[in-house]
Design a protein around this ligand. Structure first.
Ligand SMILES: Nc1ncnc2c1ncn2[C@@H]1O[C@H](COP(=O)(O)OP(=O)(O)O)[C@@H](O)[C@H]1O
Ligand SMILES: [Mg+2]
Length: 319
């Protein structure tokens, strides 16, 4: 198979691990990410997110396991080839404070040996809406604007198949975060594979097709809704105008309904194993009993519930 062929995963790790001396930064990390997928890598401080990004982006060598990046096996001989297929927005922007925004980007375009650097710089400045700040020294920009320059730098390599974003909204206010989110949506629309590390669950839930929860080891991988289902039975909440005359017999024999209770405010909480079976059956039974139903709804657990369940009980990772 030719190097970098676009079949198979865009990014894959198999038992990947990294130690620094005695300290295990991450271990036994395995996943496969498809082309065009936005993959969230979630975990608390010290979980090993940045170490994983630095390993996959060829900056440090793994101490165990293997990986493929943009379809290319992660080995020292392939580092140059891999670097041409990826771009990285690192945890700290690392811009030259005395150089202007445009000079910084031109300097990096030169370092990456990109063709037509001037046009690329103009395009990425437009993409992150910074054209009017091109001549400002980076040292004088707000944190949010510096973050945008850093993102612009990651966008310079227009041929990148995989973009790594390491906590791109860390320390940004909600408006600046939203702008970064819009840019990530833009990458998705262009079919770019995005590996996004974050400790913000709302961000992962809003942006990512799938997420992995990491705490040195991977705790779970899946779509946010899959993880919710994996962790929690679904709950149907039923509100009626008046208390049901005989809730026990009514709910008793229904398929996929595991248990029920009535809350102090009179709502019925039904724990169900399969909403698609239980909800229609509950609706029919309520209607047949003549109950005045106000609403039937499925209660949603958030990704945060899953996270707290999986990571909350772990020993806190070392920072
Ligand atoms: N260069 C390094 N030398 C020694 N320990 C490191 C180094 N880089 C990271 N670590 C340790 O590895 C662990 C994971 O760090 P990191 O990958 O930065 O986590 P995260 O990005 O999830 O906050 C931490 O305990 C950190 O102190
Ligand atoms: Mg980090």
């Amino acid at each position: 198979m030719a190097l970098g062929q676009k079949s198979g995963p865009a990014l894959a790790a198999y038992g990947l691990g990294k130690r620094f001396g005695d300290r295990v930064a991450c271990e036994d990390v395995s996943f496969e990410i498809g082309y065009g997928e936005v993959f969230g890598f979630l975990g608390p401080n010290g979980a090993g997110k940045t170490t994983t990004v630095r390993t996959l982006s060829t900056l440090i060598a793994p101490t165990s396991g293997s990986a493929t990046v943009a379809g290319i096996p992660l080995t020292p001989e392939n580092h140059t080839e891999i670097r041409q297929r990826i771009s990285v927005m690192p945890e700290s922007p690392g811009l030259y404070p005395r150089l202007t925004v445009a000079e910084n980007l031109e300097c990096f375009a030169g370092l990456y040996a990109l063709a037509n650097p001037r046009q690329r710089v103009d395009r990425v400045l437009a993409a992150v809406d910074l054209a009017d700040r091109a001549d400002d020294p980076c040292g004088k920009l707000s944190k949010g604007l510096r973050q945008r320059v850093s993102l612009a730098r990651a966008l310079l390599n227009e041929d990148a198949d995989v973009v790594f974003l390491d906590e791109p909204t860390s320390g940004l206010d909600p408006l600046a975060s939203r702008e970064v989110h819009d840019l990530i949506d833009g990458l998705r629309q262009r079919g770019v594979t995005v590996f996004l590390t974050t400790h913000r669950l709302d961000e992962a839930e809003r942006l990512c097709d799938r997420v992995a929860l990491l705490n040195t080891r991977l705790r779970a991988v899946g779509r946010p809704d899959e993880l919710r289902q994996l962790m929690f039975a679904s709950t149907l909440t039923v509100r009626t105008l008046a208390p049901l005359a005989e809730p026990g017999p009514l709910f008793g024999g229904l398929p996929a309904l595991e248990s029920w209770r009535v809350d102090a405010d009179g709502t019925y909480q039904l724990s169900v194993s399969d909403v698609n079976i239980a909800a229609p059956a509950v609706t029919r039974a309520l209607a047949a009993s003549g109950a005045d139903v106000l609403s039937i709804g499925e209660s949603q657990h958030s990704l945060e519930d899953v996270y707290v369940q999986l990571i909350g009980d772990d020993e806190r990772a070392d920072e």
